[in-house]
Design a protein around this ligand. Structure first.
Ligand code: FES
Length: 236
């Protein structure tokens, strides 16, 4: 593979135009090039106005979620050769989120929902002299939950999230379960009050797009099932 065509959605509200697709040729200059390498090549060598987010290049910061060939993923950990189909890669912004420019979406509402669920330890007992201890088994319960990098790939892949602007979404729900299920936390009841709502956990219809989209291999649907179970136990 000598080169690949990147078909990228372009949108510049300052220019007053409608969104459109633009083709760029990306030269494959080394083995293992990532989609982010291709975007950088375009921006640095062909069109400095192309807008996209990136920071760590290691799949850690979560800033570079986009839609590639119809699936949400991180550009920095996605090999071009994995996604090129007949020499072409179609790249669009994350769906269901307000578009700012090119591949950059507005994450303000997504993050507002994250903070709504109080994503921090709530404790009432006096602080111990040292740390609040957990058993190894209690700590292991947080595996698969604490690794979320808030890239928004899951929420933006969810039809329920697109349909209901107030739905908290899989990312916020996974993150709230990370604290409800934490043996040191004492804020479960106030969190469950927030979640027991048709914009909360009950909006999830187990479509599972979030599981497919998560670049860290997490399972928001399983976390949401935990929340629903806790809500039902509280009720009955
Ligand atoms: Fe940080 Fe991709 S650039 S996760």
């Amino acid at each position: 593979m000598q080169s690949v065509t990147f078909t990228i959605l372009r949108y510049d509200p300052a220019g007053g135009g409608e969104p459109r697709y633009q083709d760029f040729q990306v030269n494959i200059t080394k083995p293992g090039m990532m989609v982010l390498d291709g975007l950088n090549q375009i921006r640095w060598e062909q069109d400095g106005t192309l807008a996209y987010r990136r920071s760590c290049r290691e799949g850690v910061c979560g800033s570079d979620g986009v839609n590639v060939n119809g699936a949400n993923m991180l550009t920095c950990v996605t090999h071009i050769e994995e996604v090129a189909r007949k020499g072409r890669v179609v790249i669009q912004p994350l769906p269901g989120l307000p578009l700012i420019k090119d591949l950059v979406v507005d994450l303000e509402d997504f993050l507002r929902k994250y903070f709504t669920v109080k994503p921090y330890l709530i404790t009432r007992a006096p602080a111990p002299d040292k740390e609040r201890l957990q058993s190894p088994a209690e700590r292991r319960r947080l595996d698969g939950l604490y690794e979320c990098i808030l890239c928004a790939c899951c929420s933006s892949s969810c039809p329920s999230y697109w349909a209901d602007p107030e739905y908290l979404g899989p990312s916020a729900l996974l993150n709230v379960w990370r604290f409800i299920d934490d043996s040191r936390d004492e804020g479960a009841q106030e969190r469950l009050d927030i979640l027991d709502d048709h914009h909360g956990a009950w909006r999830c219809h187990t479509i599972l797009n979030c599981v497919e989209a998560c670049p860290k291999g997490l399972n928001p649907t399983k976390a949401i099932t935990g929340i629903k179970t806790a809500l039902l136990k509280r009720k009955f």
